[in-house]
Structure formats: C-alpha cells, structure tokens
Ligand binder design. Structure first.
Ligand code: ATP
Ligand code: MG
Ligand code: MG
Ligand code: MG
Length: 562
C-alpha cells in the first residue's frame, strides 16, 4: 500500500470527546471515525487491524473444532420471549418493528438464535459435540457508550456456542475454549489474565471466566494472587448468596462453635441423641462440622465421619457422580471452597434432588446436600472473601488489586436455553435429552482498543507485530531524491514479494511530518532511506517499540527485517 493513496486522515489535535488514550489515538491516527454515539466507521488502517485479530480468532476457533457460520442480526421477538429475555434485557436491547407491526430486535448476543437453529436441525447424539461460531456485529444500547471502541453500541464480537450431550462434554468444550482464548490473547501480544467471573445477564449456573487485559483505564476491577493462579472479578468475588434471604436466624444455642469436630461433641452441645434430632439441625457455614467435611478436613476420623453422614442422610460422592449430578460438573472437582456456595444456592440447583457440595479434593464431595439444612450461607458482607491484602481463598497469600478490560468471556450455560427453547437430542437408547450448552465471546473491536491501552507512548500507538495494520513502513526521506525513491520502491516491492505487509510513504511531505505520522500510526518496523544510501550504501532500520535503531546494507535489509 502506498501512503499517498491511503485513506487515513490524521489529526494534529486530540479530539475533545476522546477520554481514553485508545480512543484518542484511533481517531488521531486515522483508524476510525465516529458515525453516531458508540457507532464507528473502521477506516482502512482500522479495518486491517480487525482483520488480523479476526484471523487469529478464526485459526484458534477452527483448531479447537469450531465451525464458522453466519447468523442474522435481525432477530424475531418470539425466541426472545421464549427464553424470557425479551423482558429481562431491558433498554439495552435495540427493538424494532416491521411493516406488519411485528416485533424484532438487533442481536446483542446469539444464544436464542443458535439454539433455535440447532433445535430444528440437529437431533442425534451422533452429531454432538457441535461447536458453532460466527464473527459479526452486535448491538447493545449501552447506557453510557464511551471510550471509543471499548464500549460501543455497535461492536464486533466472535461468539461460539457449544452443544454437548452432558456436563462432562460441556466441561471438555469449555476447557478447549478456555485454552483457545489463552492462545488468542497471547498471540495478539497482550498482557492479560483469566479471572473467575459472575455469569451476569447471560445466565447459567456452571461457572464462567473473563479474560482481562490489564490496563489502568479498564472498567473492571480484579483481585489476583501472585503466589498461585487465583484471580477473580471483584463483582464475582463479592457476589451475593441468595439463599440467606429466606432463612430464619439461628437460635444461639443451636450454632455449632468453631473447633467442634465430632458428632459426640455436637450432640453433647445440643443435648440430643445423634440419630433423631441432628437431621434438622442447621449448621453455620464457616466453622461447623459439615463445612469442615465439605472442605475435606480430615481431622475427623472415618468412623465419626460415617456416623455423621448417616445422620444427615449424606454420603460421599464419587468423582463420576459429581460430574453427573452437579450442574458445574467436573469444574467443582477442582479447588473450590466457600466462594462457590452461591452457585449451589441457586434455585435451579436447589431443585435438583441430589445436590452436591464440593471439596478441595476429588471424592470429598457430599451428595444429597441441602443448603439450609446441612449448612447455611453467611451474610453477604461476610462473603466478601477477596479484598486487597486479604488472604487468597486458594492459598492464603495476600491478594492484590488491578484494573482490567474485559476482552472475552466463557460461560457454562448448562440447559438454560435448551430447556427454554426445547433443544433436545436422542441418545443411543432413543431417549430424548436436553442439549448442554456453553457460550464463548471475544470482543474483537474492543480487543483492538485494549491493545492500544497497553501499547502506546507519548508519540502514538506501538502495535504488537501480530495485529499491526502493516508490519513494515518504508520511508524515503526526500521525495526529490530519485535514488532514494527508487531504492525505497524496490525495498517495498521486495517486502511484499516476501509476504511481508509493507506500507510505502511516498507522499511529498517533509521528513519530519513522515516520521511523526510513522510514530503515531505505530507500525512495528520502519526502514528509512536517507542520505547514507548515497554515501555508504546503507539504510536505517528503527523499531517502534523501544526505539532501537541500526543500519543495514541496502541489499540486506529485507533479509534482516524478515
Ligand atoms: P461489559 O461487562 O464490558 O459490559 P459484557 O460482559 O456485557 O461486557 P459479554 O456479553 O460477555 O459482554 O460479551 C462478550 C465480549 O464482547 C466481552 O467480553 C467484550 O469483549 C465484548 N463487548 C461487550 N460489550 C461491548 C461493547 N459495548 N462494546 C465493545 N465490546 C463489547
Ligand atoms: Mg455489558
Ligand atoms: Mg462483563
Ligand atoms: Mg462478559
């Protein structure tokens, strides 16, 4: 591409409406232009970056077994009424009517759409698992569209949906996507962290992770642990257990105190015989015997443990059973603790007759657990486990705080949408089952902005190589010097022939202007053809990141930057 022909209108001044650096630089360097609040044109440079991010996303989705399709943006209200989200989504949903006064919306996400599609066209266990994705515009009438591409009302998302026959299958699909997301953001050259997240409006009971690009301008607050891999969105970390609301406070004498570890002690304390009364006893979550068991506290000897479990109508679950019973599936077999209780307390989970409570080790789960009977959940304030300086719930080291930009999120949906839209398959025995779903989103356009928040300096953008609009910029210093122009042209052609995306600054501008624009646009490698060509037969190579500079013989330079 020749810069004289490139549609990249740069701006000297920082536009007043742009608060964050990515928005300022995207406007100034000519990557985007505003159409209306939260809606943007992507100009050729911006479009190139999007294409690069999408190419990485596509490769990783395809490698993980995803199949690309393209779903409509205009959605009929019927399926949104079926899922219940027509009303729940509120003002963020862009709604419209056709000429017959029928209701439609512009899709903010595609769970309803894809479930409807799969329901009508996939019916056998043989077709599962199925992973389908697309990369397309999404529409959300955000309360505060701002920060340019970071929070748009029209934005580009890659969303993949997984359909499995059971929780174990979902867990496998989830882990595949989790790994693919790690690959995507690493390949984009970003510093990021996966964090435990609240499933939010998308719903589902099985857990969720967000991928956070670490940046001060991020709207999300996260806590993380240096000593282990624990990290969570503070929204999740402070999440509220719903179950407490309906429970009466415990009479003081019925509260088991810390350190009470044996059934005899508890029965003594309550002045009852083990078999009859203890079933109805309510334990405090944090310090009672049941929680000690649930946490895998092995101080209690086997016989006492067995007695207690019998009394409570509980028994230890096998790993298989956990997978089969728990909506969280095998996810609960990992390190879990009190922070997961809100999930068990979910009404959908409570409705399951064989609820499982997790432990920090395989085969240390209790089945037939009844929150409220076997333990209560402490009040919200007490559950704010993860604060800066407070101990990590996983390893005890002090937690730290950071800000992040959410560039992606993965969810275990379970059967929320398949139930609502009746999306079923027939198993080997001819029995009908609900498909078990997951969904996985990458904010493609937000990733472009996040990359700039993390990679810029006082002069402009510093693109990571993998997502830069061009890899190399060739700048002849003087347009009037025929030898310089000729060499620059030849280097440009050589680069392109080698498959390196190059941009040639062939404009009749002063060198100072060209260099300023070069820094602003942020192409990783600049080759400058100047006076040293005539005197020494060399050109200058400069790296945008770090500013390292060296000279190279004109003939060698392409091989050297390759
Ligand atoms: P946020 O918490 O920032 O509002 P979200 O959790 O509502 O985002 P998801 O429903 O998880 O978003 O959508 C998947 C991805 O789409 C997000 O991780 C984010 O990268 C991107 N995204 C969501 N909303 C926007 C937006 N308004 N503008 C640009 N990208 C967005
Ligand atoms: Mg949102
Ligand atoms: Mg979010
Ligand atoms: Mg999200």
């Amino acid at each position: 591409m020749r810069m004289s022909q490139l549609f990249a209108p740069t701006l000297r001044e920082t536009p007043a409406e742009a608060e964050v650096i990515s928005h300022q630089l995207l406007l100034r360097a000519g990557f985007i232009r505003r159409s209306s609040a939260g809606v943007y044109h992507y100009l050729p440079l911006g479009h190139r970056v999007l294409q690069r991010i999408m190419a990485i996303v596509r490769e990783e989705m395809n490698a993980a077994g995803g199949q690309e399709l393209l779903m409509p943006i205009i959605q009929p209200a019927e399926i949104w009424l079926q899922s219940g989200r027509w009303h729940v989504y509120g003002d963020e949903l862009f709604r419209l009517k056709d000429r017959h006064q029928r209701d439609f919306c512009l899709s903010p996400t595609h769970e309803e759409s894809i479930t409807d599609l799969v329901k009508n066209n996939v019916s056998s266990y043989r077709d599962l698992p199925m992973l389908l994705y697309h990369i397309t515009n999404k529409y959300r009438d955000e309360r505060r569209p701002r920060f340019g591409l970071m929070r748009g009302r029209e934005f580009i998302m890659k969303d993949l949906y997984s359909f499995d026959r059971d929780e174990a299958g979902l867990h496998e699909s989830y882990m595949k996507m989790y790994q693919a997301y790690m690959n995507i953001f690493r390949r984009c050259g970003l510093t990021f962290r996966p964090v435990e997240a609240d499933p939010g409006a998308i719903g589902g009971t099985g857990g969720s992770h967000e991928f956070m690009v670490l940046a001060e301008s991020g709207e999300a607050e996260i806590v993380y642990c240096d000593a282990c891999d624990y990290a969570a969105n503070t929204e999740k970390a402070e999440c509220k257990p719903q179950v407490t609301a309906g429970l009466p406070p415990l009479p003081a004498e019925q509260v088991a105190t810390p350190g009470q570890k044996t059934i005899e002690e508890i029965c003594n304390f309550l002045k009852v015989a083990p078999a009859d009364t203890i079933k109805t006893m309510i334990f405090r979550a944090d310090d009672d015997l049941v929680m000690a068991l649930i946490r895998g506290d092995r101080e209690i000897n086997e016989v006492k443990l067995k007695n207690l479990l019998d009394c409570l109508d509980l028994r230890m679950a096998t790993e298989e059973e956990c997978r089969e019973v728990s909506p969280g599936g095998a996810g609960y077999l990992g390190p879990v603790g009190i922070k997961d209780i809100p999930i068990y307390a979910d009404p959908e989970v409570m409705a399951l007759t064989r609820a499982v409570a997790g432990a920090n080790a395989p085969d240390a789960h209790l089945i037939h657990v009844c929150p409220g009977r076997d333990f209560t959940v402490k009040a919200t304030a007490d559950l704010r486990l993860v604060q800066v300086g407070e101990p990590c719930p996983q390893c005890g080291a002090p937690l730290k705080k950071a800000r992040g930009i959410e560039v992606g999120q993965v969810f275990k949906l379970g059967t929320k949408y398949s139930k609502a839209l009746n999306c079923t398959f027939l198993d080997e025995k001819g029995q009908e089952n609900l498909m078990v779903m997951g969904c996985y989103g990458v904010g493609v356009s937000r990733t472009m902005a996040a990359a700039i928040e993390q990679n810029h300096d006082g002069n402009g953008i510093v693109w990571p190589m993998a997502i830069a609009p061009f890899q190399v910029l060739v700048v002849p210093v003087s347009n009037k010097d025929a030898a310089q122009m000729e060499a620059a042209e030849a280097i440009y052609k050589e680069l392109n022939a080698k498959g390196i995306d190059a941009l040639l600054d062939d404009r009749a501008e002063r060198a100072g202007v060209k260099f300023k624009d070069a820094d602003l646009i942020g192409i990783p490698v600049r080759i400058t053809v100047g006076n040293k060509l005539a005197s020494d037969g060399v050109v200058e190579v400069k790296l945008r990141r770090g500013g390292e500079q060296f000279t190279a013989p004109r003939e060698d330079v392409v091989a050297q930057v390759q």
